[in-house]
Design a protein around this ligand. Sequence first.
Ligand SMILES: CC(C)(COP(=O)(O)OP(=O)(O)OC[C@H]1O[C@@H](n2cnc3c(N)ncnc32)[C@H](O)[C@@H]1OP(=O)(O)O)[C@@H](O)C(=O)NCCC(=O)NCCS
Length: 177
Amino acid sequence: MQTNIPNLTTKNLTLRPLTMDDLDAMFRLFSEPDMLKYFPNPNPPTMDRAQRMIETQIQQWEKYGLGSWGVVPHGETELAGWNGLQYLPETNEIEVGYMLSRKFWGKGYSTEGARAGVGFGFKILGLDAIIGLVHPENIASQRVLIKCGMIFTHQANYFGMEMFRYQITREEFFISV
Ligand SMILES: CC(C)(COP(=O)(O)OP(=O)(O)OC[C@H]1O[C@@H](n2cnc3c(N)ncnc32)[C@H](O)[C@@H]1OP(=O)(O)O)[C@@H](O)C(=O)NCCC(=O)NCCS
């Protein structure tokens, strides 16, 4: 049941629930060159993987009241990416994540979407902290986290790989807005 997933609107983007109707667009997104380069599983994507991704988001919303949205830039109709929050049961943390089609890179859209997700986490969900996990070589993604107000804390193993961990606390968020 997805009825409780709010739509968010930012200056350039609509963030709306992901559905199985997004499957083809999600697969095309995963299939763009280097899209998965810095992910724990960088192998060429399968339709199954795209489907699992969407199913996981739907389940996250049902179970934890948070998850990722589909990103659609204003004036577009097709899914351009996703971003949102994810619960990590192993460490009891909430992570912000994002992915955007290459044709929209460099416009500040991922930062805009990620900030909306982080704002939702603190203002609507009342979270204490949100983290970001990024491959040490994924500089663009580190910039996105920093522009969301996150601070590097340490390097740690998540999902079987070494990641840079960033974090913003509730206090830091409300001082910055
Ligand atoms: C990472 C990603 C989400 C960035 O999307 P985007 O919409 O272009 O991001 P923004 O425009 O909001 O900001 C990108 C920042 O990275 C910088 N950047 C972009 N490419 C860069 C590169 N190759 N090296 C260094 N910095 C880079 C930009 O200059 C910008 O920073 P600035 O505003 O300080 O100049 C996008 O590249 C992507 O989807 N990558 C594949 C999926 C991925 O890696 N997701 C993150 C997993 S943790």
